[in-house]
Write a new protein. Structure first.
Length: 277
């Protein structure tokens, strides 16, 4: 391990030695960290990740994760160049190189970024960000409870919700089940930001991948803190209802304003950026 999980999270939680790291079940944030080559994960996460690799093939897993990551980076840069200087990154996962605040602040050093995740280990990393970057913070909250994010004092300290905000929901909503009202959750987030704001979203899809691979991936996440669900393209497009998609629309992540970042190309996701009129 690259750091002491219990010590770091205890400090982030105000010294609570009983902070719940949920080491008995894999978490999406820690599994994603493993897929990206990080070290901030437990054996339970690596075991679940190995099941995903077995379902898809290690190369395909790598390609899906990095295709999604490159999309997030390109979208962030596009938004910053479009004049957006406030970013609410919901379901951020563990910080890694080329994260939202790094890219946005390359374009605009004054850009403000609030990261949100429900994994307590993400909060521990946030304390390190706060030590050196006063326009970036991270809060522990759950996307299933929008007001816990929108009303959080740390979010309000950095983001002026009367001005346009980029709401980032990248590789998040395939962890929100149908009975958890994903459309209503997104509507609540976008209702809290003014015209000129943007939604950035990517999502695993049933349109393209082999059905067996989809089923085996969902099975690998069955016991995770947030199980995974693949959705058809039409359902993913519905998440952008009432918004104006930025060209080229809702496409494969590698097709969205491709650059020279060597993004892998798969048919496992759809992604897009859309503006609130």
């Amino acid at each position: 391990m690259g750091w002491n999980f219990k010590s770091a999270v205890s400090e982030a939680d105000g010294g609570d030695p009983n902070a719940d790291l949920r080491t008995d079940r894999p978490t999406p944030a820690r599994m994603y960290d493993f897929f990206l080559g990080g070290k901030d994960n437990f054996e339970v996460d690596r075991t679940a990740a190995a099941a995903v690799d077995a379902a898809l093939g290690k190369t395909m897993t790598f390609d899906i994760v990095w295709e999604n990551r490159r999309f997030l980076q390109r979208a962030t840069r596009w938004l910053a160049n479009a004049g957006i200087d406030q970013f609410l990154d919901i379901g951020t996962g563990l910080p890694t190189q080329g994260n939202v605040h790094e890219i946005a602040q390359q374009v605009n050093p004054d850009a403000r970024v609030v990261y949100v995740d429900n994994d307590p280990i993400v909060l521990a990393h946030g304390r390190a960000l706060l030590a050196t970057n006063k326009t970036t913070t991270i809060i522990t909250a759950d996307a299933r409870e929008p007001r816990s994010i929108l009303d959080h004092p740390d979010a309000g300290a950095l983001i002026d919700f009367s001005r346009p905000v980029a709401v980032l929901s990248v590789a998040l909503f395939h962890f929100i089940q149908d009975d958890e009202r994903p459309h209503e959750l997104l509507t609540e987030f976008m209702s809290a930001v003014p015209a000129g704001s943007f939604l950035t979203l990517s999502h695993l899809t049933t349109d393209g991948p082999p059905a067996e691979g989809v089923a085996r991936t969902e099975a690998a996440y069955k016991n995770a803190t947030s199980p995974i669900i693949f959705r058809p393209r039409a359902a993913i497009e519905d998440f952008f209802s009432g918004l104006d998609p930025v060209e080229p629309g809702i496409v494969r992540p590698w097709q969205w304003n491709p650059g020279d970042d060597d993004s892998p190309r798969t048919d496992w996701l759809f992604a897009g950026v859309a503006r609130k009129p």
